[in-house]
Unconditional design. Structure first.
Length: 416
């Protein structure tokens, strides 16, 4: 067993089994090497329609050159097809990736890269009138070196099967209704599947503004209400992202303009009201500030939400919430990066003095980054500090659990 296989075995990968619609995915020891295989379900091996579809799928896969497409070869004996063997590589299902390392989705632009890769390979399939049909995290694989997605088999090759409900049993949430019902499938079916996959990527966090309504439309039960193609769906995400950026820029410009106006008004000399009193009131000194003053003279913020309509107030609150989500996501990415260094095996093995000194330096760097992100997003110092404490606590707990699993602790620590 080589070093990589020893680590896989230690992590339970060598014995991990993942159920797919067509069979069970796992690592199998073949000729003293671990191979990625899918053991075909016995009832499917007995189906002529399924076996012919799988052979046609293998022929198509051999001609498809795309970084997100896995290649495989069929293994059969006198009783028929019993297994498919994937090309050599280190893969795991997205379900396993998201379970063991949920923080992977917080990486800078990671989700965007995953969706872009999937959209690209789906478009290549659609050019040949081939459709994926199911994008469950269990059926989408991830390369362990970069965690990018890869597809194996394609559902449209099995559309002639009579019992599709049995084929997709347990995966119905990720398959368009028309696929399970045996109706015609097209690009809209994969639009639905991609929308469901995006939902799973955001299951442990808030879905960004640009994806929310796009995913809602993509996962409509009625195919006619969805996007007609993957390109149309991805373009919609881009348009909403640009709208969000424009809104933030507009808010920033308005805030600067209001600030300039406020400074200008503040610099103007205050008018003094001269009050003429009757002789009977002689000797009484009147306060010149008793006169009615304008909101600006009273120091009120003319941009306060009290001057807004309900619709404008709701839009402002939504934008403020989105700005906070952006700050949370960006700061979590920086925290993951810094804490990954702080709690690495190398640093945990160093001397206690070196460990503490290095950690203080990296924490200072992280706090400076927090202040910069807060200033960029327009978030108050108190709010940024509260959010950052919460995120750092969550990430620190996660990193310490991972290290504790493997028994790492700082050099010189005799507490255990």
């Amino acid at each position: 067993m080589n070093y990589e296989e020893m680590l896989d075995s230690r992590e339970g990968v060598a014995t991990h089994h993942e159920d797919l619609p067509i069979g069970t995915f796992y690592k199998k020891l073949i000729e003293k090497k671990y191979r990625n295989v899918v053991e075909i379900r016995p009832e499917l091996s007995d189906s002529i329609v399924f076996c012919e579809g799988l052979k046609a799928d293998a022929e198509l896969t051999d001609t498809l050159v795309h970084p997100a497409q896995l290649h495989f070869k069929i293994k059969e004996d006198s009783s028929g097809i019993y297994e498919i063997e994937l090309n050599p590589g280190n893969y795991q299902s997205f379900e396993q990736l998201l379970t063991q390392n949920p923080a992977v989705v917080t990486g800078k632009d990671y989700i965007d890269h995953v969706i872009s890769q999937l959209a690209s390979v789906l478009k290549s399939l659609h050019e040949q009138r081939v459709y994926q049909c199911c994008l469950s995290p269990k059926t989408v694989f991830a390369r362990k070196n970069d965690n990018m997605p890869m597809l194996l088999w394609h559902g449209s090759f099995f559309k002639s099967m009579n019992d599709k409900e049995s084929l997709y049993q347990g995966f119905e949430d990720y398959v368009a209704p028309e696929v399970v019902n045996g109706d015609d499938v097209d690009e809209r079916s994969d639009v639905y599947a991609l929308g469901k996959f995006i939902q799973r990527l955001h299951a442990d966090g808030s879905m960004p503004f640009e994806y929310r309504k796009v995913v809602a439309k993509a996962t409509e039960a009625d195919p006619s209400l969805r996007y007609a193609s993957i390109d149309e769906m991805i373009d919609a995400v881009g348009r909403r992202r640009n709208c969000m950026r424009s809104a933030i820029l507009t808010m920033t410009a308005v805030a600067i303009a209001l600030l300039c106006i406020g400074l200008y008004v503040e610099a103007l000399p205050e008018p003094v009201d001269v009050v003429f009193v009757k002789p009977a009131n002689e000797g009484v000194v009147l306060d010149p500030y008793d006169a009615a003053l304008t909101p600006t003279e009273l120091g009120l913020d003319v941009a306060d939400t009290v001057f807004m309509s309900d619709k404008e107030r709701a839009e402002m609150e939504e934008l403020e919430a989105e700005v906070e989500r952006i700050f949370r996501r960006q700061f979590r990415q920086e925290t993951e990066r810094v804490f990954s260094k702080m709690y690495s095996k190398e640093r945990m093995s160093s001397s206690e003095q070196s460990f503490i000194s290095g950690n203080n330096t990296m924490m200072d760097e992280l706090l400076r980054k927090r202040d910069a992100l807060a200033a960029q997003a327009g978030i108050s110092v108190d709010k940024a500090e509260s959010i950052s404490k919460q995120i750092m606590s969550e990430v620190q707990t996660q990193k310490q659990k991972v290290l504790k699993k493997y028994g790492y602790q700082p050099a010189g620590d005799k507490s255990e």
